[in-house]
Design a protein around this ligand. Structure first.
Ligand code: AQP
Length: 350
């Protein structure tokens, strides 16, 4: 049975990359699937977080998700640390995943930088916790941006190794679900989760540098559009966005080798829910001095209502906490069942 899981770190203001790459699609998926969405605070602390700021950010991210259209009544929305099984399953997964697999993760290399000896162990095992998040709900599909693709592959590797290592035990306990692995049919416990990566804006780049992804931790605020930015800030950031001197091409092929132009066209397409082809057939040939104001108008039209709604929700933090608590209780029902199964499968007396 299809089930969606995805998470976002409460490490600061959400930005347009998070919105187009993930959250906008989370909202759309709600009409077709049962969805579980999570503010992943245990992932956040893999890097230093000021405690009071972490609390604020967790409420802010929750408010942003609710403002963007996540329906916490029909679906499940909570913060990760409230459901202790995430940490528990992550430990079991630490014992399934191999050092060599984690050594290949590019996000660790990017985030740890040169001083790898000083990175937290949590940052290294981050992908195992992410696999636990997903597998705890036996989620079949995970909508994420392009940057998370490698972690999703690791999640599949973990599921496959667990299913293989404990295959006979899973069958003995009658806990397996028939699944196709390549040519063979096996009874596995965990599904082989598929990433849902698609659309014109799966990798939104920095507005200041077309080779870097738009990121919460970029020191330059001009590099990103925050979901909390007002109309003036949005317009200013788009006006100042780096571009090359040429006009927009009329075909998508003409965006090759022009990362900044490609990024702005992708953002327009993501916001307008159109393809890049459609955007270029309307705007191709125009100079950036014409295209940027059109993009700014569109961004303000789409994002300003979210910012307004977010401010309204944030005025009542106790209500946000109640929403998270209710979501966590519902998540824990599923998580508790999975963890009980996993303990039996592995041989941990409960
Ligand atoms: N630039 C991006 N383009 C498209 N999708 C993106 N996502 C993040 N940046 C982009 C997607 O947003 C979801 C939540 O991301 P996250 O906050 O949990 O993790 P992150 O990828 O580490 O985000 P940041 O902004 O880069 O945070 P910092 O700076 O703290 O590392 C994910 O689905 C991600 O793909």
């Amino acid at each position: 049975e299809p089930r969606i899981f995805s998470g976002v770190q409460p490490t600061g203001n959400l930005h347009l990359g998070n919105y187009l790459g993930a959250i906008k699609r989370w909202v759309a998926l709600q009409t077709s699937y049962p969805c579980i969405y999570c503010a992943v605070d245990l992932h956040a602390i893999t890097m230093w977080q000021e405690p009071a700021q972490l609390e604020r950010s967790t409420r802010e991210v929750t408010a942003a998700l609710l403002a963007a259209g996540i329906d916490a009544k029909t679906h499940i929305l909570f913060n990760q640390s409230r459901v202790h099984q995430h940490a528990e399953l992550a430990w079991v997964i630490n014992c399934v995943a191999r050092m060599g697999w984690l050594n290949r993760m590019t996000q660790f290399k990017d985030k740890a930088g040169k001083d790898r000896e000083n990175a937290s162990v949590g940052l290294f095992t981050y992908p195992d916790l992410m696999a636990a998040d997903i597998l705890l709900y036996r989620a079949t599909h995970v909508p994420v941006g392009e940057d998370q693709k490698q972690h999703l592959e690791l999640t599949r590797d973990v599921a496959q190794k667990f299913n293989n290592d404990f295959g006979s035990r899973i069958a003995e306990l009658g806990l397996g679900v028939p699944m196709q692995v390549g040519e063979t049919k096996v009874d596995g416990y965990f599904p082989l989760t598929e990433p849902l990566i698609g659309g014109p804006a799966t990798r939104v780049m920095s507005l200041r540098d077309g080779s870097k992804k738009m990121s919460k931790s970029d020191p330059s605020d001009l590099s990103r559009i925050n979901l909390t930015d007002d109309a003036d800030q949005i317009s200013k950031k788009i006006r100042k966005a780096k571009t090359d001197p040429d006009a927009l091409p009329s075909e998508v092929a003409g965006l090759a080798g022009r990362p900044e132009a490609d990024n702005l066209v992708g953002i327009y397409a993501g916001l307008a829910e159109a393809s890049k082809e459609a955007v270029l057939s309307e705007h191709g040939g125009r100079p950036f001095s014409d295209f940027k104001p059109a993009l700014a108008d569109l961004a303000v039209e789409k994002l300003a209502p979210i910012a307004d709604e977010m401010r309204r929700i944030l005025a009542d933090p106790a209500e946000i906490d109640r929403t998270l608590d209710a979501g966590a209780a519902r998540a824990a029902e599923i998580a508790g069942r999975t963890m009980a199964d996993v303990k039996r499968i592995v041989g941990l007396l409960a």
